[in-house]
Design a protein around this ligand. Structure first.
Ligand code: ADP
Length: 436
């Protein structure tokens, strides 16, 4: 710790400096002039050091400050130490930035750092290869000068970066890039993009394959079923097993037909857009119809109640909505033992949208299955659900339909207590009843 000089010491020092001037002044009879000369020399001495300090700060601050005396020595020492600390910090920061860049270079993804006003700050080599940036000449250029897709600009403007965004590379439209944006530091963001071309191609191949297989299976199945229906099961020639075989073949071909239908529905839904077939749909009437179908399916073995807000219509594709509702409600019938209770609700929510809920007091679902129920062909008890005609595709169809409507399925369930399947529909899909 440096000891600062006291006022008294300073006064003594100035007095000692002036003393020879006073004595000489007294000897020659010019005391005041001699004091003035003494004070002037003190000012010149300080001014000289001030100039030295300015020179050192601006032009020569790499070397140690020159050997000053008195208070100037303290000032120079302080400045020198501050400067050394500052240099050390700069070195550390430089190393940190170098390490960050090295890390970002070793990533298998393209990384671009940009500011809130979309100015490029930095990008790694992969970003240059995949998106055509040039470093360092593109630093300071705007990101949307390179990535001009209107949807991408809308995505940037919205600032809702939970979901990734896909776009084709500005260098090659056949390359699909998937990007995510995350906050980097204050007013700065990182865009991380990866090439998903192969993945999307494979997905498309899978979809096409399923669509083609389902389509090709439909005709032979219809023919088989047609003949089976024409052949009554008790008029078969001498074969003892014929009635049983006929029954099994009819059932299985029916199952296959349903499966093919469901696969084709899924394929159609995968390509559907939310607004494609949207029309005002009388949801209450649709639910009443599904309720009566469910009563028929249940053979009047369940108590099925409806609690609906008649004013909640929806802008949607009626068939999609029918499929979502009936999958959930018919499942409740299938997986609730006779005598059980099923409650269906369609009510407004507190955000101006609507919520649907189908609650049963059936067999329930163990917690480990819940998160997997919407996977294709996922069934809990395969043998049992197969007996009940289940394919494991129903909930994945519901999930897909809800995705088209910006919603998702919520499932709560307890074994032997019952299950609740529900979803919320955003107010943008809700419309008032149409006057008929
Ligand atoms: P499935 O056509 O087999 O019914 P889903 O995809 O509709 O296929 O359902 C997947 C599985 O979820 C079913 O196999 C069944 O085990 C379970 N499940 C669906 N709904 C209910 C429910 N309400 N209660 C109990 N289990 C259910």
């Amino acid at each position: 710790m440096i000891q600062l000089p006291k006022i008294r010491d300073i006064v003594v020092k100035v007095a000692l400096i002036l003393l020879p001037f006073i004595l000489i002044g007294m000897a020659f009879g010019y005391v005041y002039q001699a004091i003035a000369i003494g004070l002037l020399s003190i000012i010149i001495w300080h001014y000289f050091h001030l100039l030295k300090a300015i020179h050192w700060l601006w032009y020569d601050n790499n070397s140690a400050p020159y050997n000053a005396k008195g208070a100037w020595a303290l000032l120079f020492d302080g400045l020198f130490q501050l400067q050394r600390k500052h240099k050390q910090k700069r070195k550390e920061l430089g190393l940190l930035i170098k390490r960050f860049r090295k890390g970002a270079e070793s990533l298998p993804d393209a990384v671009v750092v940009f500011t809130t006003d979309r100015t490029i700050v930095w990008c790694n080599t992969l970003a240059q290869i995949m998106m055509g940036f040039k470093m360092p000449s593109d630093i300071g250029n705007r990101l949307d000068n390179f990535l001009r897709h209107p949807e991408f600009i809308h995505y940037l403007e919205q600032k809702e970066y939970d979901e990734p965004f896909e776009f084709s590379s500005p260098l090659n439209e056949h390359i699909t890039l998937e990007c995510r944006i995350a906050p980097f530091e204050k007013n700065q963001w990182t865009l991380i993009a990866r090439d998903v071309t192969q993945l999307r191609l494979m997905e498309q191949m899978r979809k096409d394959f399923i669509a083609n297989v389902s389509h090709e299976l439909r005709t032979p199945l219809t023919v088989m079923r047609g003949y089976l229906e024409m052949l009554p099961n008790d008029e078969a020639p001498s074969m003892g097993i014929w009635p049983q075989a006929h029954k099994m073949m009819s059932e299985q071909s029916q199952r296959m037909e349903a499966l093919v239908e469901q696969l084709m529905t899924l394929t159609r839904l995968e390509n559907a857009q939310p607004t494609q077939y949207a029309k005002p749909t009388d949801v209450p009437a649709l639910l009443e119809k599904i309720q009566s179908d469910a009563i028929a399916l249940s053979n009047n073995q369940h108590e099925i109640t409806l609690n609906i807000d008649k004013s909640l219509w929806m802008l949607t594709d009626k068939e999609q909505l029918r499929s979502a509702f009936s999958n959930l409600i018919f499942n409740a019938v299938k997986y609730t033992p006779a005598g059980g209770k099923i409650e269906i609700e369609w009510l407004s929510d507190d955000k101006g949208g609507a919520k649907f809920c189908c609650k049963d007091n059936g067999q329930g679902i163990a917690p480990e299955h819940i998160s997997r129920l919407t996977e294709r062909f996922y069934r809990i008890d395969e043998a049992r659900t197969r007996d009940s005609g289940g394919s494991g595709l129903g909930l994945s169809i519901v999930n897909r339909i809800l995705k088209i409507h910006d919603s998702k399925l919520t499932i709560t369930s307890r074994r032997q207590v019952g299950s609740q399947f529900g979803f919320v529909i955003n107010k943008k899909f809700i419309c008032p009843p149409e006057s008929q």
